[in-house]
Design a protein around this ligand. Structure first.
Ligand code: SAM
Length: 494
């Protein structure tokens, strides 16, 4: 990739905008609900739906379907000398046609160039630069987006996280061990007119020695496997050593109060609770730590998914390759692989806390603010005794929803289950009994918790110590999951 003058880069950007090369524009044109994965989709259908020859069709064919196009059609779409596109490395000349040299996809108001799907798994593709994958979006949605003086995107790939961070950071440092990734990230910053990112090539934290960040984000090569085929997913260290090392080293690169968010995979062992294993990673770090586990997969399903994903032809899984993965896990004693995000917050003022739990099944869009609020609520819970909490006023989150399932009975509909959930942010769910449901809705911020408890729970005047303790455990868990909030913080977001 070659960064051209800012006028020419702006010209390229404008050509995509003018053609309507946005997520909605493309999906409408393809009559699809999601961007097609070229491995499984039917390319003739995509070509059929982009046959009009207008600028949008041409750009979709070139940069999404990865099909060659007539030079004249591209010149019309580019409305620039097409040689600029050749010089920038977007296309190559093949007779009277142009072939795509990169894939380009829009996300939000930006467009990102990265390696062609067709290049994946070919010889020499060890330094393949991935595009906008599921892990990319997950990290972007979980990122805490408060203003940051200095942000680090470690393992920037095509620069996606760094460019997202540019919206709330004064300056970003984007690093990668892969020179091709740095070239793409630099190109994408110029393509989108973002000037606040500095690019540094190197291993892990080595390129940022001596710096202290308000925010560190990383979607590292986290796959646990015996292979070292691709830089983007194979970290080249045994088991989960790469993620562990990142989590252990990150605190010394955080400013006081700074956050670090790393997507991780970790080894799980039959004989040990996964929470204990991860506690080891963060103990003595001087950081509060919150591990949200989104999945735990047995090694068979983990290996088969990744072997498929890492194969240019994902149809069958070669037997010896699969067995090699199984022997590797066996040797290391790994029974399953957990995945999720670890968020650290640097604090030097004494006691730091550790929280590890399962994340809600799916996230509903950006939820960095919810993570920030989770930290604030945990701070409250750490510093308040049950007696203190009973004297506070709490309010039920306006985003809480109660679902009733009823079955017919002789006297009419009878509740058989009640489930509580949050309608946005981190949508935790759980079953709840009618007494607790009534208690929750009585939490409207006007009375102290002790009073609400006495008024809304029958036979609670006065409640015994054992009842109060059991009840407070539930209240704490509901506060941690953001169903119950301190009375001042209950504005509705849904
Ligand atoms: C999973 S990709 C993530 C790319 C992008 N940040 C995203 O969120 O989509 C991991 C990136 O880490 C880079 N990487 C691999 N090993 C690294 C290392 N030891 N130090 C720095 N970066 C590394 C890879 O080149 C790749 O670009």
């Amino acid at each position: 990739m070659k960064v051209l003058s800012s006028e020419k880069m702006a010209g390229i950007r404008k050509a995509f905008h003018r053609a309507g090369y946005t997520r909605t524009g493309i999906l409408e044109r393809l009559r699809a609900r999601d961007f097609p994965s070229l491995r499984s989709s039917d390319i003739p259908i995509l070509l059929h739906r982009t046959a009009s020859g207008d600028a949008l069709d041409t750009l979709i064919r070139l940069f999404l379907v990865e099909a060659p196009c007539d030079t004249d059609a591209v010149s019309e779409a580019a409305s620039l000398p097409v040689l600029d596109w050749v010089e920038a490395g977007l296309v190559t000349v093949d007779g009277d046609r142009l072939r795509p040299a990169v894939k380009i996809l829009p996300y939000g108001d930006s467009i990102y160039a990265f390696d062609l799907t067709g290049a994946y798994g070919r010889e020499g593709s060890a330094d393949f630069v991935m595009g906008i994958g599921a892990s990319t979006i997950t990290l972007a949605n979980l990122t805490i987006r408060r203003p940051s003086r200095l942000t680090l995107d470690l393992g920037t790939g095509c620069g996606f996280q760094a460019l997202c961070a540019a919206q709330h950071s004064e300056k970003i440092v984007a690093t990668d061990i892969n020179a091709r990734a740095i070239a793409y990230a630099r190109f994408n910053a110029a393509l989108n007119g973002v000037g606040a990112v500095e690019f540094r090539q190197g291993d892990l934290f080595e390129p940022v020695s001596g710096l202290a960040f308000d925010l560190i984000v990383s979607n590292p090569p986290f796959v646990i496997s015996p292979e070292t085929l691709f830089t983007y997913c194979d970290g080249g260290m045994e088991g989960d050593a790469l993620c562990r090392r990142l989590v252990r080293e990150a605190p010394s690169f955080l400013a006081e109060g700074g956050f670090c968010q790393i997507l991780c995979n970790w080894a799980e062992y039959d004989a040990r609770d996964w929470r204990e294993g991860l506690k080891n990673w963060v103990e003595g770090s001087g950081c509060d730590a919150w591990v949200m586990r989104s999945q735990s997969r047995d090694i068979v399903s983990y290996a088969s998914t990744w072997i498929r994903q890492k194969s240019p032809d994902p149809q069958g899984i070669p037997n010896d390759r699969f067995e090699q993965w199984m022997r590797y896990y066996d040797h290391l004693g790994i029974s399953s692989v957990g995945s999720g995000i670890i968020t650290l917050r640097r604090r030097t003022d004494g006691h730091s806390w550790y929280r590890a739990d399962d994340a809600p099944e799916k996230m509903l869009g950006p939820c960095g603010d919810d993570i920030l609020r989770g930290f604030a609520l945990r701070d409250v819970l750490e510093s308040a005794s049950d007696a203190d909490l009973l004297e506070t006023r709490l309010v039920l989150s306006p985003d809480a929803r109660l679902e009733r399932i009823c079955t017919p009975s002789e006297g009419g509909w009878r509740d058989t289950s009640l489930s509580l959930s949050l309608a946005c942010g981190l949508p935790y769910t759980g079953s709840i009994d009618p007494v607790m449901a009534n208690f929750l809705v009585a939490c409207n911020g006007t009375r102290r918790l002790r009073q609400v408890l006495q008024d809304s729970v029958p036979g609670m005047d006065p409640p015994s110590d054992a009842v109060i303790e059991a009840f407070m455990n539930i209240v704490r868990s509901l506060m941690e999951r953001e169903f119950l909030l301190p009375a001042a913080g209950g504005e509705c977001r849904s």
